[in-house]
Design a protein around this ligand. Structure first.
Ligand SMILES: C[S@@+](CC[C@H](N)C(=O)[O-])C[C@H]1O[C@@H](n2cnc3c(N)ncnc32)[C@H](O)[C@@H]1O
Length: 218
């Protein structure tokens, strides 16, 4: 999607993707991320970042929207140090390093130190099909050898609804990350009752899926 699409959604407050509570699949399956430096692409102002910080993680979140990042810190009563760099503005407070800019231009040097964890909820599925291979390759390139990732996706009949969020079936997850990581399907749950807004958009089937990604060791 065009960056303006997302900035306009934040400006209009159309952030139905934002959850008012920590994602249950992170609570259930996030333990292997504890204590790691975790890369969180397309992070929004997710409460999941705070949950990961409570697990002893340092978060490196990447987000286009200044509004989202400012809200994340304000909602926690944190006053970040803000540094404008060439491609990113770096917001730092406590366990959080949030980089404001385009994830596709991120380099390992921007991370400050290697990330041995990945948390992707509503990031891969926010991207149209043509961008996903570049996203997965970029993500794999940025992570330290032996990194652990938790990936949360949605799957539904794509013809029934326009994304985002897009359907990303397990076969596509394996095609995108199979060259970089061992992939384990952790759980597949029906999600339509918990997400009635998607029934209203025409879906009669919606699955939410979590995967463990174990990136190749050195
Ligand atoms: C569907 S939302 C998910 C946000 C968050 N992961 C969550 O669970 O609430 C996708 C987010 O990615 C951001 N985004 C989209 N494209 C991006 C890009 N190329 N670089 C950085 N952030 C991007 C959007 O502004 C939006 O906040």
């Amino acid at each position: 999607m065009d960056p303006d699409f997302w900035l306009a959604r934040w400006a209009r407050g159309e952030i139905g993707f934002h959850r008012a509570s920590v994602h249950p699949m992170l609570v259930a399956h996030g333990a292997p991320l504890a204590g790691r430096r975790v890369l969180a692409p397309l992070c929004g102002k997710s409460l999941d970042l705070a949950h990961l910080a409570d697990l002893g993680c340092t978060l490196v979140g990447v987000e286009l929207s200044e509004q989202a990042i400012a809200a994340f810190f304000a909602e926690r009563g944190l006053a970040p140090q803000v540094t404008v760099e060439a491609r990113f503005t770096r917001w730092v407070a406590g366990s959080y390093i949030l980089l404001q800019g385009d994830y596709f231009t991120l380099t390992a040097a921007d991370l400050g130190a290697p990330c041995a964890g990945l948390y992707d909820r509503a990031a891969l599925i926010a991207l149209p099909p043509a961008l996903r291979p570049a996203y997965a390759a970029q993500t794999a390139k940025l992570l330290a050898p032996g990194a652990f990732g938790l990936l949360i996706t949605l799957d539904y009949p794509q013809e029934a609804m326009d994304g985002p969020p897009f359907a990303v079936p397990e076969a596509e997850v394996r095609a995108l990350y199979g060259a970089f990581a061992e992939i384990q399907s952790l759980v597949v749950e029906d999600a339509l009752d918990a997400e009635p807004r998607f029934r209203e958009r025409g879906l009669s089937r919606l699955s939410q899926c979590a995967y463990a990604l174990r990136f190749a060791a050195p």
